[in-house]
Ligand binder design. Structure first.
Ligand code: DHB
Length: 310
């Protein structure tokens, strides 16, 4: 039995439920071309800044048994390079999602304005990079989020979404949902990595990555329950005009299905893509389709948000 895994985000048609996350292997043209040629439903770029960035000192990434701990520090080509790539990326035939991560509201206004005039399909504003020394995550500063959204949602008609940090208290889900409802935000992407986690190597008696004294963003299996809870909480608090892209620990079709039950409209893959490469999109898509077919589901909406209460 065929299962239809197509979806839409803010009116943009996606041929499947899965795409890459802004994060691994989406910084250079060559990397983005590989994403475009894979089964990823869209091409999502690495979060960009006003200027080119080398990123944090190495070692700045480590695989972990159940995930990874990156502290890359936003290495990227600078937004103008991605702006120039947009026509070439679009020519590869998939929706293009640009991720921007300015260091101030002014930076983000400059970048959103520029991409509003481009041919990108969606703009994801990253409010949750934990890995810049001395810079707090905007997503944890509710007043700043509100100021930023006021400025960023009036710059053009292209759909804007925001990439959120993981929240851990109901009061924070409620506070953020109430802010989101005030603005024409079209989607949220949740969750980013859990910032400022520490992995220690007991043999060397040192952290395993160098930046920020070893503090990095925890990714992968470790964070799946947190990603699921964030998607679920926001799905219950927001109205349907704000869609949700789930991220966090998806490495097989069953993980993707769990995010669907929680209410995700699409999902993004980061650590699994980093570890396995671009074949992961087709594999997970096939696994999701097989799992849903086995349950008799024919399309995403048969299960989307339909977590059954105990
Ligand atoms: C980086 C990590 C993030 O979680 C993020 O949202 C943006 C950038 C990084 O270290 O490059």
């Amino acid at each position: 039995m065929q299962v239809d895994l197509s979806t839409t985000i803010a009116g943009v048609q996606l041929d499947s439920y899965l795409m890459n996350a802004s994060g691994p292997k989406c910084t250079t043209w060559d990397e983005l071309e590989i994403v475009a040629q894979s089964a990823s439903a869209a091409v999502v770029t690495k979060s960009c800044t006003i200027e080119f960035r080398e990123g944090n000192p190495e070692p700045r990434y480590s695989d972990l048994p159940l995930g990874s701990i990156p502290s890359m520090g936003l290495p990227n080509l600078g937004y103008k390079a991605y702006l120039e790539m947009v026509p070439k990326l679009k020519a590869l035939g998939k929706p293009v999602v640009v991720s921007i991560s300015g260091f101030s509201i002014e930076d983000n206004i400059e970048m959103v304005s520029a991409f509003q005039k481009s041919d990108v399909d969606l703009i994801e504003v990253n409010f949750s990079c934990p890995n810049i020394p001395g810079k707090a995550q905007v997503a944890y500063d509710f007043e700043q989020v509100e100021c930023a959204l006021k400025a960023l949602t009036v710059l053009g008609d292209k759909p804007i979404g925001i990439k959120l940090a993981p929240y851990f208290d109901m009061s924070h889900f409620i506070a953020m949902a109430n802010i989101l409802k005030k603005f024409p935000v079209k989607f949220i992407t949740c969750v980013n990595s859990i910032g400022n986690t520490l992995i220690i190597d007991p043999v060397t008696e040192s952290p395993i990555i160098k930046p920020k004294g070893g503090f990095g963003g925890l990714c992968g299996d470790y964070i799946k329950p947190i990603g699921l809870a964030n998607v679920r909480a926001f799905r219950e608090l927001l109205t349907d005009d704000i869609q949700i892209i789930g991220v966090g620990g998806i490495k097989n079709g069953v993980d993707a299905f769990e995010y669907l039950l929680a209410g995700a409209d699409a999902v993004q893959i980061a650590t699994c893509f980093e570890k396995e490469g671009a074949n992961c999109f087709e594999r997970i898509e096939n696994e999701l389709a097989a799992f849903m077919a086995n349950k008799g589901y024919k399309k995403l909406s048969d299960a989307k948000g339909k977590l059954k209460p105990l």
